[in-house]
Design a protein around this ligand. Structure first.
Ligand code: PLP
Length: 459
């Protein structure tokens, strides 16, 4: 321990959080990682060590260069502007290092996880359910789909995934769905695209026909995946109709709620996921819309047994015969886990869920405001009215001009957007993760996008 050194690190953190330190700094500085490493002297620091003074210099440089998700001009990716308390909780977890693979390794982390899983379940409306925290939504999706396989093909653990197995998912699903299918032994031809409407949302009639076709061809559906909401567009699939069909055909329904399940906290937006309690499993990220540092996600099940069927392993070599919630690794892909619950616990305990609901409502309102502004401008096109905090818009330029415009925006340091393909076009994608973003940023953003579109000579 070196209290002076630790104090200096905390001072750096404090300075970083002080908005005046960031004033005038670019939102993001994107340079090739090898160049950054050279400029920061990372190679020497790693291979030879640079002592405390040298390390402090590198940390200061790291914070100086970092992408500023707290800056209201950050509108790029689905990461929360984390409450500082979330990070401080995480720091305490790292200091205690009571990782949670079994109850004994991290009794308090286990208690936090249990309570938080109950909180998630209660929000969905499940009283008999179960679940666990995972390092991210991709892992939550994989875990849920493994559970779907166990439920649909009880022999799969011994015999492998049968050749007639297929999965149904809309094409706009997050890539972790296709990757999970691959890890479960399904090729891309075994993941059938669910027909969607012109906004990429599941079309219930199309799903019905697909389920009939599957049965007629002797296929067995391992899972239907629905989005709440879709990554690129931020739109929600019609859950009540999908739930009804999955019940009718007796197939597992997984709702990927990584981004949008947090609407369950809001009286205003909960209607977007009405029916979610009819799913068999739900994945839900706290590090997207719940103010938590990455990562903190949950995989949740309507029925408790679903979680325990996933891995049909002889537990005697995993444990000494005990079972149940104190042995999360029986249900989890991971062995040792970080004490993930700390990140969300701190936000809920300090600020309360009403504050999170208010933050979410502000982000969603911001998306409506940006949509209105862009729509009023005849030189800009908006893909659709947003349902969440994601807005797709574009100046009237060829698809190939979108990326240069986006890069120039970032390099100018005045805004950071992502991009997405939708309906055969490339779009600028504003993901409004900061409740503080507002009209000031939107007005300068639209002006700068149009200026850049003209500069590339296409408007
Ligand atoms: C709908 C959806 N599902 C899953 C994921 C993956 O989540 P994570 O980045 O936590 O692995 C994302 C991430 O953007 C997403 O939008």
């Amino acid at each position: 321990m070196n209290p002076d050194f630790e104090q200096q690190i905390l001072r750096l953190a404090q300075e970083f959080l002080d908005p005046s330190t960031s004033a005038g700094k670019p939102v993001a500085q994107l340079q090739p990682p090898r160049a950054v490493s050279k400029q920061m002297g990372l190679h020497d620091a790693i291979h030879q060590g640079v002592g405390r003074e040298g390390t402090l210099r590198i940390l200061k440089d790291y914070l100086d260069r970092t992408t500023r998700v707290r800056d209201p001009r950050f509108m790029a990716h689905q990461v929360a502007v984390p409450y500082p308390e979330s990070a401080m909780g995480e720091m305490l977890h790292s200091l205690t290092n009571n990782g949670y693979g079994t109850y004994e390794m991290g009794p308090q982390a286990a208690a936090l996880e249990l309570e938080l899983v109950d909180w998630f379940l209660q929000k969905i409306g499940w009283t008999q359910g179960s679940g666990l925290l995972t390092h991210g939504g991709s892992l939550a999706n994989l875990t849920a789909l493994l559970s779907a396989r166990a439920a649909t093909f009880p022999q799969a653990w011994q015999d492998g995934t049968p050749s007639q197995a297929i999965m149904l998912a809309p094409e706009v699903s997050h890539y972790s769905v296709q990757r999970s299918a691959a890890m479960l032994g399904l090729g891309t031809k075994q993941v059938w695209s669910i027909p969607v409407n012109d906004r990429g949302m599941v079309c219930p009639d199309g799903l019905d026909r697909l389920l009939q076709t599957a049965a007629a061809q002797g296929k067995q559906v391992m899972a239907v995946v629905a989005n709440a909401c879709a990554t690129a567009t931020g739109l929600f699939d019609p859950l009540p109709e999908i739930v009804a069909l999955c019940k009718q055909y007796q197939v597992w329904l997984h709702v990927d709620g990584c981004h949008g399940a947090s609407v369950l906290l809001s009286d205003k937006h909960r209607h977007l996921v009405v029916g979610i309690d009819g799913a068999d499993s739900v994945s839900w990220d706290a590090h997207k819309l719940l103010g938590s540092s990455a990562l903190c996600a949950a995989v949740l099940y309507r029925e408790e047994v679903s979680a325990y069927r996933t891995f049909d392993q002889d537990e005697s070599y995993l444990s000494s015969g005990a079972a149940g919630e104190e042995l999360p690794f029986l249900r989890s892909v991971e062995c040792t886990k970080s004490g993930l619950g700390m990140r969300l616990f701190m936000v809920l305990a300090v600020h309360g869920e009403q504050k999170l609901a208010a933050d979410l409502e502000r982000m969603f309102q911001n998306a409506q405001d940006l949509y209105q502004l862009m729509q009023q401008n005849p030189e800009l096109e908006v893909a659709m009215q947003p349902q969440s905090n994601i807005v797709l818009f574009r100046p009237n330029v060829p698809n190939s001009a979108i990326e240069p415009i986006r890069r120039q925006l970032i390099d100018n340091g005045n805004a950071y957007l992502s991009a997405a393909d939708f309906d055969g076009k490339r779009w600028l994608r504003a993901c409004l993760m900061n409740p503080e973003t507002g009209m000031n940023q939107f007005t300068s953003l639209s002006m700068e996008v149009l200026r850049l579109a003209k500069a590339v000579g296409t408007v």
